[in-house]
Design a protein. Structure first.
Lengths: 85, 144
């Protein structure tokens, strides 16, 4: 039986508390020159992942989106990734 | 004065001499327009995320310098004229810097590099000494 049935359908999924990885880990460099780190925040298609999925805080999401866009500009990250099959 | 950072991708198939000439040209432009070169970082050949001018690899170079907007304009104009440059991007790092602060930065960087070099040399000699000690230990053991 579903654990949360009592709540009337709300909270159907257990949600882990999201934390901003850039706030927690100071060593994680947020810079367009570091595409390895930025790759974790884009989808396979190359889209920037939304905050509601990654849990990044507003301040860092702004910096992150800028860094990803700069990184795309000099071909360190793709504008469009390979399509999924 | 402002501090800028320009990343440019040069042709990966360029001959070594031609590449050095290209780098010298960039340095000359910065010097000519009264800019201060802070750092010339050669990242080497890297795979690009997408094709540029039918090429999948590119030779990345990152230049950090202090200068005015005219310098950036002149530099980018030259990049557009050069066929060996596949793509470039300039980013403003700091809006308000003085010649003195930039020169101090250069001196600091040089000092840090020197210190790092000395440290590495020291470590090397220490490691060599340790190795020598170990070897001598081994020989004494054999004698026993």
């Amino acid at each position: 039986m579903y654990r949360n049935q009592k709540t009337g359908g709300k909270n159907r999924f257990f949600q882990r508390k999201k934390i901003c990885r850039f706030c927690v880990d100071n060593a994680l460099e947020l810079n367009y020159k570091n595409p390895k780190a930025l790759r974790q925040f884009i989808t396979e298609r190359g889209k920037i992942m939304p905050r509601r999925i990654t849990g990044t805080c507003a301040k860092h999401q702004r910096q992150l989106s800028l860094a990803i866009k700069q990184s795309r500009q000099i071909a360190l990250l793709p504008f469009v990734g390979r399509p999924m099959h | 004065m402002r501090k800028y950072e320009t990343v440019f991708i040069s042709d990966p198939d360029l001959q070594d001499q031609a590449r050095l000439d290209l780098f010298d040209k960039v340095r000359n432009i910065i010097a000519k327009e009264n800019g201060i070169l802070l750092n010339f970082d050669d990242w080497g050949n890297k795979k690009m995320a997408y094709e540029i001018k039918k090429k999948l690899r590119g030779h990345y170079v990152c230049v950090t310098y202090g200068g005015t907007g005219d310098l950036v304009k002149e530099l980018e104009r030259n990049f557009r004229l050069t066929d060996d440059i596949l793509k470039f991007m300039t980013i403003l790092l700091s809006d308000d810097v003085t010649v003195e602060s930039l020169e101090k930065e250069v001196a600091d960087a040089q000092e840090a590099a020197k210190a790092a070099e000395e440290l590495a040399a020291e470590r090397e000699t220490a490691a060599a000494a340790e190795k020598a000690v170990e070897e001598s230990d081994e020989t004494t053991e054999v004698q026993d």
